[in-house]
Design a protein around this ligand. Structure first.
Ligand code: PPE
Length: 304
């Protein structure tokens, strides 16, 4: 990890190496936190955060599901996020805001504990490798199922949910694959451990609906919008494992993963085994949009 200078903690900037918490922090023991992943890209007009308001809205939505009161307003977190990028003098970075139950009491009820909030930012290159972004990644359908909404809320970005993601990721890596794909409890495709998933079939996009356990991804939403502009329709529908095997193209979307093609699943080559034409088209449009090269979508950028 590449260190930067300052991290925002509860309203103050703290030096990177001093951004520490107590070992008995509630969130560390019980996964009682909510977080976001955001990217800031270099544009001709300076660094711009991609869809910052949507990310902060989702942070507050996650907290609502968890009945957690974030002790800062939307506006304060919005400004603090931009300020964190600014003080670290970064042109491009990944931004990680987190709100979690802090240190006071142990035991499952978090109600007596403070809610602490931090925002860090640091350079983070490609999520699944430069090669993965160009040629696609090899995936394994996980033996772990995506958490079901009656157990943990998959539509909220709760830190606890990522234990499920980590198990799937570990299994995929251990079996020699680059990424996992999780089925939901009904055996339909849900998403990757840190990405939404799309397939391309006969010129159309298909992606699992939220009811299948797909996080309301902001990149997912951006891709659906950009596809529509290009006359490519998206269906939100359940996807079977074999539909994935038989897709013309498949790709992941996510803030960290951006748009990453999938070239193989469980030993089946997807399409011709490289980045497909529709995936390529959406990917290059996405990178133009985040870098401020498409006028129509300048309103998705918040300049720091
Ligand atoms: N599903 C999951 C489970 C998920 O974690 C992410 C983001 C997405 C879908 C895509 O959502 P969006 O970023 O709004 O398009 N995952 C974040 C964390 C990744 C990590 O490894 O940490 C991210 O991409 O920032």
């Amino acid at each position: 990890m590449i260190k930067t200078e300052l991290i925002w903690m509860n309203g103050k900037f703290v030096k990177w190496d001093e951004a520490k918490i107590h070992i008995l922090t509630h969130g560390l023991h019980y996964g009682t936190g909510v977080f976001e992943g955001i990217r800031c890209y270099e544009t001709k007009e300076g660094p711009a955060v991609f869809r910052l308001k949507d990310h902060i809205k989702r942070l507050f939505d996650s907290a609502k599901v968890f009945m957690m009161e974030i002790p800062f307003t939307f506006e304060e977190i919005f400004e603090a996020t931009k300020e964190t990028v600014r003080v670290n003098k970064l042109k491009e970075c990944y931004i990680r805001p987190i709100a979690y139950y802090g240190y006071k009491e142990m035991g499952l009820s978090p109600l007596n504990n403070p809610v602490d909030v931090a925002i860090a930012c640091y350079p983070w290159g490609t999520y699944l490798g430069e090669e993965g972004l160009k040629k696609g990644v090899r995936c394994k359908v996980s033996s772990w199922r995506r958490i079901d909404s009656c157990m943990l809320p998959p539509l909220a970005k709760l830190t606890a949910n990522y234990a499920n993601s980590t198990l799937a990721k570990l299994e995929a890596l251990n079996c020699g694959y680059e990424e996992a794909i999780l089925l939901n409890f009904n055996g339909k495709i849900a998403e990757g451990p840190g990405e939404n998933i799309f397939i391309v079939k006969n010129g159309r996009l298909i992606t699992p609906p939220f009811s299948a356990g797909a996080l309301p991804g902001i990149t997912r939403d951006s891709v659906i919008t950009l596809a529509k502009d290009q006359g490519i329709l998206t269906m939100e529908a359940d996807i079977l494992r074999e539909q994935l095997f038989l897709a013309d193209e498949a790709f992941f979307t996510g803030t960290a993963a951006e748009i990453t093609p999938i070239r193989e699943v469980d030993g089946r080559v997807i399409g011709d085994g490289s980045r497909g034409p529709i995936t390529g088209k959406l990917q290059s449009e996405f990178f133009r949009v985040v870098r401020g090269e498409v006028k129509k979508y300048l309103n998705w950028l918040d300049f720091v």
